[in-house]
Design a protein around this ligand. Structure first.
Ligand code: PLP
Length: 419
């Protein structure tokens, strides 16, 4: 008997409870403890719904940190994935493919950028942005070699590599992982004057999120992006927007910077770009920034592979053809309004744009983990960020009926404690 069939046979004799416990035990015994998952073992997803191993159904209000904006197993995406997998998946960038060019053109047209460099995970595209900004500073702006600075914001989240956690202000992200790369300066978020004061002749770029997601869906005051864009323009500093989480319809616009009609010098996309099926990310920029890269300067074995870009191109098409951006705006407003009407002492603040909403709890009365466990019990999947903020960011394909179901669960849980 082959090893494969032994495993299948074993599984079929397991009860759902055993399956649940066994999966958790195996992850815990053989994995690293770098995550703290909720005690649910998922086995299937479709659209905005997920099922665990016992067949219990959940409304997905997480969408894998916005990677699943198109919903789970979107039929059109599954179809192009399987078709392209049978033609050509990986061929490396040592050769041209008949898929990459059309994808790059489409995404440049949509974002009004001149050029795009494909990577896989978000943080790789952030690393690409850092390299581009630094080399631009040396070769175009004529900053002295090794003196370039990149300004970032307190509370940022740009990923987990050693360089990128080096610019984090969260002690846990850094503790035990130093020494970190120099060349980053941290200023307060949502404070244009701090930016103006921090810029020196060596400043290459200002890297910022239009909304700080991981910090707890922190929305800056209106006009912030416009003001920083103007400062960057006047001082010859690149404005690089990390829209890995806010981009692609999440906030009710194609890009969050469109809320303020801001066009950055460079842009980072990821997460939903892979249609919930694959990791696909991009660094996009003006031509004079991208042209700093010469053959051999930068690359990725998997970046821009035919399979990934076929799925990503279809994912972009679906955003428009299924009106997902408009849905995000309308359903986001609906969710936001209805949340505001829940009068619970547990709620301190509700903030966000589109289907990207954070419910900040009053830490005196409730812990994020307690609430997400209760939501889980009632069939709603969410997760806390920074201990006190409940993240509500469902797939953009969620129906009004499913959203009402989620709201009913939220009401039940958030109002229960007070009675
Ligand atoms: C998720 C995220 C990243 C990192 O993306 P990975 O794919 O996890 O590497 C970077 N920036 C922002 C704003 C994100 O939300």
């Amino acid at each position: 008997m082959s090893k494969q069939s032994v495993i299948v046979d074993q599984q079929s004799t397991f009860s759902n409870d055993q399956m649940h416990n066994n999966s958790i035990e195996l992850e815990q015994r053989y994995g690293a403890a770098n995550y703290d998952p909720l005690p649910v073992v998922l086995s299937r997803g479709l659209g905005a719904e997920l099922w665990d191993v016992s067949g219990k159904r959940y409304i997905d209000m997480m969408s894998a940190y916005s990677a699943v904006s198109h919903g789970h197993s979107h039929p059109r995406l599954v179809q192009v994935l399987t078709q392209q997998a049978q033609r050509l998946s990986i061929c490396s960038r040592a050769f041209y493919s008949d898929r990459l060019g059309a994808f790059l053109k489409r995404v440049c047209d949509l974002t009004q950028m001149d050029s795009a460099l494909p990577m896989n995970t978000g943080v790789e595209a952030v690393e690409t942005a850092i390299k581009a900004a630094r080399k631009w500073a040396y070769t175009v702006k004529k900053v002295t070699e090794n003196q370039a600075e990149i300004i970032v914001c307190r509370g940022n989240f740009h990923g987990r590599t050693t360089t990128v956690v080096g610019m984090s202000s969260k002690p846990q992200y850094q503790f035990g992982f130093g020494p970190f790369a120099p060349g980053f300066k941290t200023i307060e978020y949502a404070d244009p004057e701090a930016l103006a004061a921090a810029i020196t002749p060596n400043t290459a770029a200002f890297l910022v999120e239009p909304i700080q997601g991981e910090r707890g869906i922190v929305v800056p005051p209106k006009g912030y992006l416009q003001t920083v864009a103007q400062i960057c323009r006047e001082r010859n500093v690149l404005l690089i927007l990390d829209e890995i989480q806010t981009g692609l319809g999440r906030t009710g616009k194609f890009l969050a910077c469109e809320h303020e009609n801001v066009k950055p010098d460079a842009l980072i996309l990821g997460k939903a770009l892979g249609g919930g099926l694959l990791p696909v990310s991009l660094f996009l920029s003006r031509r004079d920034v991208m042209s700093v890269f010469k053959p051999g300067d930068h690359g990725s074995t998997f970046g821009g592979n035919p399979l990934a870009v076929t799925v990503a191109l279809e994912a972009l098409n679906i955003l428009f053809e299924e009106n997902l951006i408009q849905r995000s705006e309308e359903l986001g407003d609906y969710l936001h309004q209805n949340l505001l009407e829940i009068s619970s002492p547990l709620i301190k603040e509700i903030r966000g744009k589109g289907l990207f909403i954070g419910v900040e709890l009053d830490s005196r009365f409730a812990k994020g983990r307690t609430i997400v466990l209760q939501l889980l019990e009632h069939g709603l999947l969410s997760y806390e960020t920074h201990d006190t903020v409940i993240r509500l960011a469902p797939p953009l394909v969620i129906s009004k009926r499913q959203l009402d179901e989620a709201l009913a669960i939220l009401k039940k849980v958030l109002l229960a404690k007070t009675t």
